[in-house]
Design a protein. Structure first.
Length: 148
């Protein structure tokens, strides 16, 4: 696998978000894309509430954001979203109404499987959840690896 970065931009990832009904529903805005990192904002939606008494955000929203941010941290290595092999999420603090920020980064870029992690923060900058995933980064069948 080439270590050459592909020069993708936040606008390239935003285009992926904009054509995905689920990601669009999450109200995602891509804030920054680095060589091996991504930062995004998810604008709060009332449908995220799991417990209306306390206004708790459903944990699946955090898991989805961790999966997306970790996966798309690979954008400048892979040029596309990749399949999630495994995902682990840790919940650190109760989240209530408010926008969320997700930050993802590549930990290890591999020829077959890569490891990435992500964190979710509330509007006050408090860590709400974190996670780590493994992602299938083997070349797509019938296609040469990037950079060859």
């Amino acid at each position: 696998m080439s270590t050459e970065k592909l020069g993708k931009t936040a606008a390239d990832v935003q285009a992926i978000v904009d054509r995905s009904p689920f990601l669009s529903w999450l109200n995602l805005t891509i804030l920054a894309l680095g060589d091996d990192s991504i930062e995004l904002k998810a604008a709060w939606r009332p449908e995220w509430v799991a417990n209306p008494t306390i206004g708790q955000t459903q944990g699946g929203i955090h898991a989805a954001l961790i999966d997306f941010a970790a996966n798309l941290a690979l954008m400048n290595s892979m040029g596309r979203p990749v399949l999630t092999v495994d995902l682990r999420v840790d919940y650190h603090r109760l989240a209530t109404k408010g926008d969320l920020t997700a930050k993802g980064r590549v930990i290890k870029l591999g020829k077959q499987v890569s490891t990435c992690e992500a964190e979710i923060y509330d509007e006050a900058g408090r860590l709400l959840a974190s996670g780590r995933g493994t992602f299938l980064t083997a070349p797509q069948e019938g296609k040469a690896p990037s950079g060859t």
